[in-house]
Design a protein around this ligand. Structure first.
Ligand code: PMP
Ligand code: GLU
Length: 397
């Protein structure tokens, strides 16, 4: 059968296929520790669950306005002003089925054949595929592990061409854990102003920043606010990955185009989840502080264990819940089955023989690395570090 040509270069999401494989192996009775797909292991806060149950009981189980209920758009606009100093009217907000769909709708609304999209690398697995789905070309802007994945303005300038339409900017970064402070965004805002390109900023990990780093949303710089679409969501901040609520805010004319796409594809995100999101965003925020403190402990523990493993090096993650160790030293060593070809085989070996799931770095543009999500309990993380250490130790050089 002939499929649409735009799918020729699209791969299934590697983060999600690892989750699927873990679920299959667990179903077959295997004891797998998953440090694969990143989702907080905490329960959704009680008051948020209650808001959803209330919504069901009150009969909010029908279609809503396809861009989201006014109460949620209002809560999002208030949050953006309070936390991010972004001035938007609720009519400049669209609520989508996860931040993922908000990002995809923005890319589809803005980009087409002939356009180029700048993506700092390492990047979240879905960015390039969204760009390819839109028919446009991802152009990677490398950042270096040796420099803690610092933003590289020379590389950015080098990658800019007359075809550049958009920059996808993730802060904090999945998968490296890099966090770009205000100095970086000051420079980026100035650079964006000197170009006529747009920026799609993904702030989904904004509330998971360790240490004292002040970040600033690009849309809060008045001189570029017409060039910026901000994406965020409740998945990570409130441990609500399954509820599927994300959102975008930005210039009205761009949001209107995204709304067209949404109205013909998903319609509204789940009515019940929208009410839960109102409660999450406007309610008590103490859950977030507790979750962040737990993540920081885990980050410190995993970072320390990884760097004690002979042959492995790892820069520290300043935000999000990922670490990205460099496994170059092991990549042409031998398992019991023969010489490994690449990091995919290393991750397969760790999964099949040592029952710990991590994601190969080629999913994120860094083929010598693998990604660890430390969104798991300390007991699981400790056992997983033992397993990884044993797996790496038992390779033959
Ligand atoms: N952006 C990044 C960088 C992510 O890691 C994720 C997590 N899947 C998302 C966006 C989207 O999350 P969700 O669709 O659950 O809101
Ligand atoms: N954002 C998470 C990750 O990168 C969830 C899985 C996904 O949607 O890709 O693992």
């Amino acid at each position: 059968m002939n499929f649409a040509r735009r799918l020729d270069k699209i791969l299934p999401s590697k983060t999600l296929s690892i989750t699927n494989r873990v679920l299959e192996m667990r179903k077959a009775g295997e004891d797998i520790i998953s440090l694969g797909a990143g989702e907080p292991d905490f329960a959704t806060p009680e008051h948020v669950k209650h808001a959803a149950i209330d919504a069901i009981n009150k009969g909010f189980t029908k279609y809503t306005v396809s861009t989201g209920i006014p109460e949620l758009k209002e809560a999002i606009a208030t949050k953006l002003k309070k936390d991010n100093n972004i001035d938007v009217n609720p009519s400049q907000v669209i609520v989508s089925c996860g931040g993922k769909f908000a990002l995809a709708a923005a890319v589809l609304a803005l980009c087409e054949e002939g356009d180029e999209v700048l993506i700092p690398s390492p990047y979240w697995v879905s960015y390039p595929e969204m760009v390819r789905l839109a028919g446009a070309k991802p152009v990677f802007v490398p950042t270096k592990a040796e420099q803690c994945f610092a933003f590289d303005f020379d590389e950015l300038q080098r990658a800019l061409t007359p075809k550049t339409k958009l920059l996808m900017f993730n802060n904090p970064v999945n998968p490296s854990g890099a966090v770009y402070d205000e100095k970086v965004t000051d420079n980026l805002a100035e650079w964006l102003k000197s170009t006529n390109i747009l920026a799609l900023t993904d702030e989904i990990y904004e509330s998971i920043i360790f240490d004292d780093i002040a970040i600033r949303s690009l849309a809060s710089y008045p001189e570029i606010k017409e060039q910026v679409i901000t994406v965020n969501g409740v998945s990570k901040t409130y441990a609500m990955t399954g509820w599927r609520i994300g959102y975008a805010a930005g210039p009205k004319k761009i949001i209107a185009q995204m709304a067209k796409i949404q109205s013909h594809t998903t319609s509204n995100p789940t009515s019940i989840s929208q009410w839960a999101a109102v409660s999450a965003i406007s309610g008590d925020q103490s859950f977030v502080t507790e979750m962040k403190a737990a993540f920081k402990k885990r980050r410190d523990f995993v970072y320390d264990r990884l760097n004690k493993m002979s042959g492995l090096t790892c820069t520290n993650g300043l935000g999000a819940f990922y670490l990205l160790p460099d496994a170059s030293y092991f990549l042409n060593q031998r398992t019991g089955k023969g010489k490994m070809k690449d990091v995919v085989e290393l991750c397969q070996y760790l999964l099949e023989e040592y029952r710990v799931a991590v994601v190969p770095g080629n999913a994120f543009g860094v083929p010598n690395h693998f990604r660890i999500s430390f969104a798991a309990s300390m007991e699981q993380l400790s056992e997983a570090m033992d397993r990884i250490q044993a797996g790496l130790h038992n390779l033959d050089s």
